[in-house]
Design a protein around this ligand. Sequence first.
Ligand code: PMV
Length: 312
Amino acid sequence: MKSIATAPAKVILLGEHFVVHGVRAILCTIDKRVTVSSRTLDDNIIKIKSKLGNLSTTLSKSVDEQNIPLKPFLHIAKKILEKFSTSVGIEIDIKSDIPIGVGLGSSSACCVAAAASVSGIFGKLTREEILKLAIEAERTIFQKTSGADCSVCTYGGLMEYSTEQGYRALNSKIDFNLVIANSKETHSTNQIVHKVQNFKDRHEEIFLSLCNEENVIVEKALTAIKENDLPTLGKLMSENQVLLDKIGVTTEKLKVLVKTASNTSYGAKITGAGGGGCVIGLTDRTNLEQTLGSLEDQDCECFVSKIDYNGL
Ligand code: PMV
């Protein structure tokens, strides 16, 4: 028996990092995907194949003893076997066109697709159950995740997210093109999130006031999205970038990319944890080519994406 699931990549339009500390974020999925195929094995082992490496282990070994990047998938396999009271072997094969470690939600999309694929061998879980398992799996390598990435990768489209309220789909007719520039500097989300926590511990009042500013930006952005007002949304993204600079998650290269994209787009910022990764520029057909052209002159990999409304 084989079960296949796919989940999309995502970008954070506004609110990364601050979302971990209770502020709302706005995210959308884009048209790059991960596909996970799972099948049962006669042997009593769990096999995982992915770009991050391969793992073959017995069910008796604990998740904590295992190869760190593949831990989430082992967690998923064990939880599903427990849930369906079986102890067969499972092979999980992960194929992805989402660049790894650059803020496009590769890890979350893999967790969501793996939770759906492995569970699909034995029965049907609801999307809510799959999301819960995916977040739990991601926490084996990144404890402080807000859950925003897994949520958008599960449901797809454009959404608002907060740790308190969870996911809310934004039913807007907004239409834009995102120019995405991958700096090719990879990051560890876990490390950058810890860095921000240190900043918060050392500068509690400043951090609180930045959270309040982010809240106002997100609130205004929700109105701009409702009104299909790209110039205002872009301006708010650039204002968000100023706050991200203040908490120290930008690199010299990202600053250059943000500045380059800002010259012609409606607004630009990093997306995801920062410390490397990708920059996004908000455009439509009037400024897309120019923004893409100027970013292509920098040392980065560029592509254009629109919102992809297909989730898991
Ligand atoms: O860089 P990514 O795709 O791992 O994005 C992480 C987004 C953060 O806000 C920094 C963390 C989180 O869990 O929300």
